[in-house]
Design a protein around this ligand. Structure first.
Ligand code: ATP
Ligand code: MG
Length: 440
């Protein structure tokens, strides 16, 4: 073995398609999640957590062997006990599995939401990763079109509260009930069979197993045949028409704009009625920011009781990329001690202010000049300076960083346990930050 101390240990590279986040990207990510958490509470969706790993059958059965995800994108492996395990490529199947195995039927209709990492073996590119993250919302155990409408209003408010609804369109379709869908499917197969010579190889392969998917084919060779295919409208049963009408009336009542896209489909048989996508032209080829639909047959396909359900998912990274600006963490005060004794006093004051709910920070070391430089660079509102002078007087100096104005305050008053965040902030900043505090 070489004893050369300069020989460096090679650093393992990150797995392709994964990301480390710090700064701008991480702040955007956190803002998307925080906004989602706030909005889901406004809509009464309970937080749910499901495992990252599931038996492979959970996804193979629910997504279907013919989908891209199952046929080529899953991270599956055999664990040490010989069981085939898959890293979740989506949330819905795991939540449906949990609904069955925990007997969550007792809570139906169950409104739940979650977020977290998902894994798909895809070719990494902008907005497409191997580990990515989604927000997810589901209503299990309701066959009401009002559940579909509520989920869409929830999605719409999320995008508006994130400030990214500009240029994003809700596109909507119905796949009807089982009878409508079967009749439409037959009409589609007939149409595609009579134009089979004009279809791409991929679409020819789909003709048998998944003819609906030909409709949303991205291959330009398929577009003329797909575009001239019959819409579902002529095949909708009265019930299916009423259902779709109730969803769109619900959207209109809540003031959510939508557009019909008769080419929007879900390939699998258990998808019923509503299918939707919020699409944008701002993300190039990765244009879908949020998508979902009604999956009334899924829970049965997993061996559970017949259970109507509907839900959506949205990519967190793609939402983050659409944010206009990077939301900054808001820091109010930086504490600046001068001397060792003042440092302990600052630590104590900092803990007190934080417990009151004011955001504070203090460098672990540094002289007055260094600390003031860092305070200025931090974007904080004010610095709280404590030196020998202040200690002798039982006071602190508060310096408003933007204006450079400063004032002395009585330390005991600031520390007063009875004063909350708002009052303490006023005591600290009144007269130096340019705000008219008496008007508040
Ligand atoms: P795409 O057509 O872009 O592959 P998809 O139909 O596979 O999307 P869904 O399974 O419906 O996507 O997932 C919902 C959302 O999750 C997408 O709209 C997107 O925002 C996000 N998403 C899906 N796959 C990835 C990925 N590999 N990397 C980042 N985000 C993704
Ligand atoms: Mg995909």
């Amino acid at each position: 073995m070489s004893k050369d101390k300069s020989a460096k240990i090679p650093t393992p590279q990150p797995v392709r398609g994964t990301q480390d986040m710090l700064g701008d990207f991480a702040d955007r990510f956190a803002h998307v999640v925080e906004t989602f958490e706030r909005v889901r509470r406004l809509y009464g969706y309970k937080r749910v957590e499901v495992p990252v790993i599931e038996p492979t059958a959970v996804f193979a059965r629910s997504l279907g062997e013919t989908t891209d995800v199952v046929s080529k994108e899953m991270y599956s492996f055999e664990d040490r006990g010989g069981e085939s395990i898959t890293l979740r490529p989506e949330f819905t199947a795991g939540i449906a599995r949990a609904y069955i195995t925990n007997g969550w039927q007792q809570f139906a209709p169950l409104k739940v939401a979650t977020h977290g990492p998902l894994f798909r073996y895809e070719r990494p590119q902008k907005g497409r990763y191997r580990q990515f993250h989604q927000l997810d919302a589901e209503v299990l155990g309701s066959d009401s079109p009002l559940a579909d409408a509520e989920l869409l209003v929830f999605a719409d408010q999320l995008l508006k509260d994130l400030g990214i609804s500009e240029g994003v369109t809700l596109t909507l379709n119905t796949l009807g009930d089982a009878d409508s869908r079967e009749a439409w499917r037959a009409a589609l197969v007939e149409h595609f069979m009579s134009h089979r010579g004009d279809l791409s190889e991929d679409s020819l392969a789909r003709l048998d197993k998944n003819p609906l998917r030909i409709l949303d084919s991205k291959d330009p060779r398929d577009r003329p045949v797909a575009d001239s295919a019959p819409d579902i409208d002529a095949y909708l049963t009265g019930e299916a028409q009423d259902f779709f009408g109730a969803v769109t009336s619900g959207l209109d009542a809540a003031g959510v704009a939508w557009q019909r896209n008769a080419r929007l489909v879900r390939g699998l048989d258990y998808y019923r009625h509503t299918a939707f996508e919020f699409v944008t032209d701002r993300l190039g080829a990765q244009g879908t920011v949020l998508g979902g639909g009604r999956y009334d047959g899924l829970i049965e396909a997993l061996g559970g009781p017949p259970t109507p359900a509907v839900g959506w998912a949205a990519g967190i990274e793609r939402l983050g990329m659409l944010l206009e600006s990077t939301p900054q963490d808001f820091l109010e005060f930086v504490l600046v001690p001068v001397g060792g004794e003042a440092e302990m006093l600052c630590l104590e004051l900092q803990a007190t202010l934080r417990r009151k709910g004011l955001s504070c920070d203090m460098g672990f070391r540094g002289n007055l000049k260094k600390r003031m430089q860092r305070a200025d660079a931090s974007g904080a509102v004010a610095a709280i300076i404590i030196g020998e002078d202040e200690m002798r007087e039982g006071e602190i100096t508060v310096r408003h960083l933007a204006s450079g104005q400063q004032a002395r305050r009585n330390l005991a008053e600031i520390r007063d346990a009875r004063a909350g965040a708002t009052y303490t902030r006023k005591l600290l900043l009144e007269g130096i930050d340019g705000n008219n505090w008496s008007a508040e």
